[in-house]
Ligand binder design. Sequence first.
Ligand SMILES: [Zn+2]
Length: 50
Amino acid sequence: MTAETEALGRCTECGQVYAVYRTTESWRALGTDGDCRCGNAEFEILSDRD
Ligand SMILES: [Zn+2]
């Protein structure tokens, strides 16, 4: 699977900001297993570079 658009996403639970990439279903964080370290998997997109 390849990463598509990169953007900045803020965790909706703890506020941590990650570089994120879009999959077909959701945004996933780079540098983790895809979820925030707090366990949340929802990100508010701050800047979309497309
Ligand atoms: Zn979090």
